[in-house]
Design a protein around this ligand. Structure first.
Ligand code: ACO
Ligand code: LMR
Length: 623
């Protein structure tokens, strides 16, 4: 529990708040303020974010990072942080009532700032009444908050760090103020810091008709606080709250010098009643005009300037008078620790630079819409780019001719699936039946793609191109590969053969013959196939091999340089055609299993040859 403070102190250097609402900028501003005030603990004990789960919010404490706990429920935050006696309520005008009610009913919370505008008046009145009865404080609704210089500030009160430093709010002065307006809150900080030794505390009570605390509540606190030497009150037309202060002065309850001004004196220039910005700012009778209130202040002995412009002068004169009487203590100016500028801000101003960690040369999502190699997605759609065109852009960074992008699409369609027995589909089915999710099952299928299954396209492209480019005969290729002990990638199939030809390979060959400008590598591979199939009927140019050699023919015909083709093959681009295309089928099999609700698969014993020999003994055996 927080140490009890005197009644007149709402905030000191140990005050901690629970911020209701995920207001990360406001929290950071509070922590920056804490840091320059050299507080020992952050003024934000916890954040309540009803739409998030429990966790932490990372923010800066000077140039270090710290974690502020985040809770989904207010009760939990309160239970974990009994030290926090302030709740800064950023909830909307719709939920401000129940959330403030919760806070009022919490023993450890003493002060609540309600930031929202538009809280229904009957709710605001109820909250104010409960707060009074429970001897608690509400600041707002419709407020920017309050600041206790050098100690604690509510949310965004007092604006930017530069403003806070300019107004020396990092240490207390001798002047306290209370205003209606949050807008003029900063202006008062400015005026007071220039005309006096600075602000001790400032509160904006908010511009609603029924604020949770009023001028008199705060003026009486200021009167009781020996560190406050004079009071500034900035009211406005509308409402009668200023008269309570006038009564207290007349009754001798407030004796400290008060400088007061009510804005809205210009209302008399309008023919009819005028509603100013705040809900309260409308004179509902003669007593509520700014002039009437300023006159009443004057009559009660309050120092009232002739206009807002004179406010600074009269504050200065009043302060100088107190100083001359020896009532103002000397202030030793503290050294203010520098708060580093946020990187994003400094970068936007061009003040810092840093090397990037990543490079991207294919797409950009920073503009209004993402682009594929500078082509906006809407153009891709509106101009009817095919999937092959998109692959051309994102994989090869070029706009392919129609015959080439159609070829790529044809490959995708052709390799999309080859039944449930092939390695990839089988693995995915077993995984799905083990209850795994779609992505895991898909990945387990994709992981089977390799030099024997589906992943021979790059190898086929590499070897056929190499031997052909070196001017070697197909016979030389077969012999040299055999001598090297390498199976020719793209040759051979488990079930397809000369007598049971692979229809897919026929389709690809026909397409190339009819559409490609030339098919040099296909022709070479077919000559190799002639030789291998004389040895065994299944040593045909398979679908991987056919795609591989045709891809090289395509790149060649499109004018890609030799080094570029090397790079494309080496990067795995051609195998990627199989990976992408086969993903369609693998996903189909997974969905099929899910739909069929197939149970866990267990392989039958009789399908395994158990050939287990006794383990070899190596060296001395343990027990
Ligand atoms: N190049 C040269 N000779 C081969 C090749 C080849 N690619 N494939 C098989 N042979 C030879 C073998 O050396 C063996 O010869 P031998 O009888 O003198 O010992 C004979 O053909 C039979 O070999 P197997 O391995 O029994 O053939 P199998 O039918 O089991 O294998 C497979 C088929 C796995 C496709 C095999 O041919 C191969 O590895 N090919 C290369 C990789 C490839 O292209 N995979 C993609 C297939 S298509 C797809 O997955 C979508
Ligand atoms: C496939 O496309 O998956 C097949 O060619 C492989 C096979 O074993 O049939």
């Amino acid at each position: 529990m927080a140490k009890p403070k005197p009644d007149y102190i709402l905030f000191d250097k140990n005050t901690q708040a629970i911020v209701y609402g995920y207001q990360t900028r406001a929290v950071q501003r509070m922590l920056d303020f804490d840091y320059i005030c050299r507080r020992e603990t952050p003024s934000v004990a916890a954040i309540v974010a009803p739409t998030r789960s429990n966790g932490y919010h990372k923010c800066f404490w000077g140039n270090k990072e710290i974690l502020i706990p985040v809770y989904r429920h207010f009760e939990e935050a309160v239970a974990k942080h009994p030290n926090a006696d302030v709740m800064i309520n950023f909830s909307s005008h719709r939920s401000a009532y129940p959330t403030t009610l919760d806070a009022l009913e919490t023993d450890t919370i003493r002060t609540i700032a309600i930031i929202a505008e538009g809280v229904p008046e009957r709710y605001a009145r109820k909250l104010a009444a409960i707060a009074k009865q429970k001897k608690k404080w509400i600041i707002g609704p419709a407020t920017v908050g309050a600041i206790a210089a050098g100690a604690f500030k509510i949310g965004n009160a007092a604006g930017t760090l530069e403003n806070i430093i300019r107004c020396k709010l990092y240490r207390p002065g001798s002047v306290a103020f209370v205003s209606t307006s949050g807008g003029l809150f900063n202006e008062l900080n400015n005026i007071i810091s220039q005309a006096t030794n600075g602000v001790y505390e400032g509160v904006a009570v908010g511009g609603d008709l029924y604020p949770g605390s009023t001028f008199i509540d705060h003026c009486l606190r200021y009167e009781a606080n020996p560190n406050i030497k004079m009071i500034v009150l900035l009211g406005e037309l509308g409402g009668t709250d200023e008269y309570a202060v006038i009564e207290a002065i007349k009754a001798g309850k407030i004796t400290k010098p008060i400088v007061a001004w009510c804005i809205g004196t210009c209302a008399k220039l309008f023919a009819s009643e005028v509603q100013f910005g705040h809900a309260k700012a409308r004179a509902r009778g003669d007593l509520e005009t700014a002039d009437a209130k300023n006159n009443a202040f004057r009559e009660a002995g309050v120092i009232v300037p002739n206009s807002f412009d004179e406010l600074r002068r009269v504050i200065r004169e009043t302060f100088e008078d107190l100083k001359a009487k020896g009532q103002i203590p000397e202030i030793v100016e503290p050294e203010v620790p520098p708060v580093p500028e946020d990187f994003a801000v400094a970068q936007a101003k061009g003040k810092v630079r840093r090397p990037t960690n990543f490079i991207c040369t294919i797409s950009d999502d920073r503009g209004e819409e993402a682009t594929y190699v500078n082509v906006p997605i809407s153009e891709v759609v509106e101009k009817g780019y095919s999937l092959g065109d998109v692959i051309g852009l994102l994989w090869l960074k070029c706009r392919l001719p129609k015959w080439a992008s159609e070829f790529i699409e044809m490959c995708l369609k052709i390799v999309a699936d080859h039944g449930p027995c092939v390695s990839g589909a089988h693995n995915a089915i077993v995984t799905a039946r083990a209850g795994k999710d779609l992505v895991s099952s898909l990945v387990s299928g994709l992981l089977t793609i390799g030099p024997r299954f589906g992943g021979a396209i790059d190898g086929a492209a590499y070897y056929f191109r190499k031997f052909c480019n070196e001017g070697k005969t197909p016979r030389q290729m077969v012999d040299e590969m055999k001598a090297a002990g390498i199976l020719i990638p793209g040759i051979g199939h488990r079930i397809k053969s000369v007598t049971n030809p692979d229809k897919r390979v026929e389709l690809l060959k026909n397409y190339a013959k009819n559409n490609f400008p030339q098919t040099k590598y296909l022709d070479y591979a077919l000559k190799v196939e002639k030789i291998t199939t004389t040895k065994r009927g299944n040593l045909i140019l398979n679908v991987d091999g056919c795609i591989g050699v045709l891809f090289v023919d395509m790149l060649n015909s499109c004018g890609f340089k030799a080094e570029e083709i090397d790079e494309i093959i080496e990067a795995g681009t051609l195998n990627a055609i199989f990976v992408l295309g086969r993903s369609i089928g693998i996903i189909g099999h997974i969905l099929d299993q899910k739909r069929l609700k197939t149970p866990l698969y267990r392989h039958p014993w009789d399908d395994i040859l158990y050939a287990i020999e006794p383990a070899r003994n190596i060296g001395e055996q343990g027990k």
